[in-house]
Design a protein around this ligand. Structure first.
Ligand SMILES: Nc1ncnc2c1ncn2[C@@H]1O[C@H](COP(=O)(O)OP(=O)(O)OP(=O)(O)O)[C@@H](O)[C@H]1O
Ligand SMILES: [Mg+2]
Length: 472
């Protein structure tokens, strides 16, 4: 038998002793006005000291102008203000990057904090369910800091005790819509703090033409496009293996051709070779002269070429054993990149069982032992399911272009990638907007990054063939 008291039920504590049901209602304490006043006064003082400590010049200048006005009159104060404004404008013209870093982005961060994040914080936290109500009290995650650069706003947040990153990553859509951003990325800093990144512009919104062929031969990371923050995208191919997955028309070809383009001077100098497997006959055949006979389209020829790559790898391993543990490309031992377009045609969809097993075994051998002796694999496919590509975990670096289903994202990029913002299933199917756009997850950095590969046209490929034909 419980006796209910009307109203405020959430705060009632009910003893469950039978018969004598007792209802406790905690006394409602009203904070005395003086205490509220002292708390607010203290907060104001703390904010003043903090601001002066963090931005001494920004505080000193208005104080000096006000003091001048007070002691010497407005004409001198106005002249002083004019000098300050002129100095700022000259600084912006003379050294734009330092002006932007020290003044522009700080002002922008303050403006974004006031006009967007602080203004909508409580509403967005409450509606998205990230704020918690316990016994009538609302616990709100704390907005600690906002910084800006030319590309994005970054906000540091303290999660509520007991919250996990997943609680936030499940609400990426709420945060994106709530703060009027185009997307949102979440990364754990430490100590219960998160960094939320809200891009303000999208440098990947329009296609990019092919990048210039590098001047120097290199097998180092090759520049193939742009990252989401506008910085160049450099893809490591030597010393790793790369898996590229994307629905039909997603732009897998761009990643293959951009890589070949970046390696072209090294190929011409004899420091790199690209061996091409093109079972669909549609992609790599266009520039087959570049592969100097190492090109196969028929599945049986592909199997032979893969076996040859395994032999090269094993011979090198025998020679290098006990002498060197990593590979430096030379004319005798060039970097060999085995490019496989539509790898599923050679594995899962190959009707000849023996051939299928031979190809799968060769690919697995290359992917497990090749990288330290300078043999890399870059494979592209449409369907990333394990039944189709059972060795996908052997590729340290992964690229997910537009995918049809959200579950495919983690299949390509690894567990939790979609939760961290790799929304490859949201990439636009309109070629202008989404072809060549991808999320990359590298062995060296588990955070997925959004990128776009430059578009290598047929004319560019013809120019590459001509370049390769010229003497080095
Ligand atoms: N980086 C890019 N930037 C802009 N548009 C691109 C880019 N890459 C490809 N496209 C456009 O998308 C079309 C399809 O590209 P691509 O053939 O590379 O796709 P795919 O993923 O290889 O498809 P499939 O699996 O059918 O072979 C191209 O014809 C081109 O118009
Ligand atoms: Mg293709």
């Amino acid at each position: 038998m419980f006796k209910r008291l009307p109203g405020d039920e959430a705060r009632n504590l009910v003893s469950t002793t039978p018969d004598t049901a007792v209802v406790f209602r905690p006394a409602v304490l009203k904070t005395p006005a003086i205490v509220t006043f002292v708390i607010h006064g203290w907060r104001f003082l703390a904010a003043l000291v903090r601001t002066t400590w963090r931005h001494p010049v920004a505080v000193a200048v208005p104080v000096a102008i006000t003091a001048t006005w007070h002691y010497s009159g407005w004409p001198l104060a106005a002249s002083l203000s004019g000098i300050v404004i002129l100095a700022l404008i000259s600084w912006a013209f003379i050294d734009r990057p330092s002006f932007a870093r020290l003044v522009g982005f700080r002002l922008l961060a303050w403006w974004r904090l006031m006009s967007v994040y602080r203004r909508h914080w409580h509403g967005v936290m409450d509606v998205s369910g990230l704020a918690k109500r316990v016994n009538g009290r609302v616990y709100m995650p704390r907005l600690l800091r906002v910084t800006c650069d030319g590309w994005a706003d970054r906000i540091t947040v303290r999660m509520l005790g007991g919250q996990a990153v997943k609680d936030w990553s499940d609400r990426i859509d709420n945060l994106t819509q709530g703060f009027g951003a185009a997307s949102c990325r979440i990364a754990l800093i430490k100590g219960g703090r998160l960094l939320l990144t809200f891009p303000r512009t999208d440098p990947l919104a329009s296609p990019m033409p092919a990048l210039p062929i590098p001047d120097e031969p290199t097998v180092g990371p090759v520049e193939i496009g742009k990252q989401e923050d506008g910085k160049p995208l450099r893809l490591k191919v030597h010393g790793t293996h790369v898996l590229i997955a994307g629905a039909t028309g997603a732009g897998k070809g761009s990643f293959l051709w951009d890589t070949i383009r970046g390696l072209l001077p090294a190929m011409r100098a004899g420091l790199a070779e690209v061996w091409a497997l093109d079972p669909k006959l549609m992609e790599l055949s266009f520039g087959r002269e570049l592969f100097q006979g190492r090109y196969a389209a028929d599945p049986a020829d592909c199997a032979d070429l893969l076996d040859e790559a395994v032999t090269v790898m094993q011979k090198r391993a025998t020679r290098f054993a006990g002498i060197q543990r990593s590979h430096t490309p030379t004319i005798e031992d060039p970097f060999v990149l085995v490019l496989v377009d539509e790898v599923a045609f050679l594995t899962a969809y190959q009707p000849d069982r023996q051939l299928r097993q031979r190809i799968s075994a060769a690919l697995a051998t290359l992917a497990t032992q090749g990288r330290s002796v300078g043999v890399g694999v870059m494979a592209a496919l449409q369907d990333p399911r394990k039944e189709v590509m059972n060795i996908r975990n052997l590729f340290p670096d992964k690229i997910a272009l537009r995918l049809d289903e959200s579950e495919q994202v983690d299949m390509v990029l690894g567990d939790g990638a979609r939760d961290r913002g790799a929304l490859a299933d949201h990439i636009s199917p309109v070629p202008e907007l989404g072809a060549g756009v991808a999320y990359m997850r590298l062995e060296t950095s588990p955070e997925p990054i959004r990128v776009r590969a430059a578009y290598v046209s047929d004319a560019d490929i013809r120019a590459m063939v001509a370049y390769h034909g010229q003497a080095a």
